[in-house]
Design a protein around this ligand. Sequence first.
Ligand code: KIV
Length: 274
Amino acid sequence: MSAQAQVRRKTVTKIRSAKGKDALVCLTAYSAPIAALVDEVSDLILVGDSTGMVCHGLENTVPVTLDMMILHGQAVMRGSQRAVVVVDMPFGSYEESPEIAYRNASRIMQETGCTAIKLEGGAHMAETIAFLVKRGIPVMAHIGLTPQAVHAMGGYKTSGRCRTEWAEVEKDALAIAEAGAFSVVLEGMAEPLAAKLTGLIDIPTIGIGASAHCDGQILVTDDLLGLTPRVPSFVKKYADLDGVIRDAVTQYATEVKDRSFPALEHTYALKKEA
Ligand code: KIV
């Protein structure tokens, strides 16, 4: 038997039971090495379809495919041991019918080994969420600013900044909680509305551009590391890795040109002959 202690991965039950307790730490990851780093501090790792912009240089998340999400999901599962891993269902893979959503969600779960899936939408997705949950697929919901609706909404629109919008968003939150989602991402939402929803529903709310009163927070890891050129105003940059990388590759280029790299210690000498 391996001397290494077996690490048990957290479960969605554990996430759900954190409602109203310690704040849940959530981060995105798309690769094994970043997953290994964020796993040390995270309750939940999201393999977000934000990978479309962050890793693939796409304009938005709409062109992201199921195959892309599965590849990233597999890498994140290999890199992490502790956190619940949630894989985003990409645009077009779940909206048509609960049955199609089930087929694609089960493929994601079988081929990645992830814990749960996430999909965007409120009351209109409740039937699909209930269908998946009843058949053994844990679902994280996502309401407020839903990036996959970028074309339908004519851009990225915050929600709930006028009180007249609140009733609709409250209906969404109640419907998905009732349908059996184990948690919900509240994105780009007026702070008092996000705080109110957190008190209104019995599943953990995970805020991004929402409220410190949410049951947990999530950020795109590349954004907080300073690796993405344009970030929304709700992002706090905890590092400037962009600058660190630029300095390192500039120094490398200088040393290649002036032939100070590779030095002798970076080369192979001949073996001593017997
Ligand atoms: O795709 C993503 O990274 C997300 C988070 C921003 C919540 O959905």
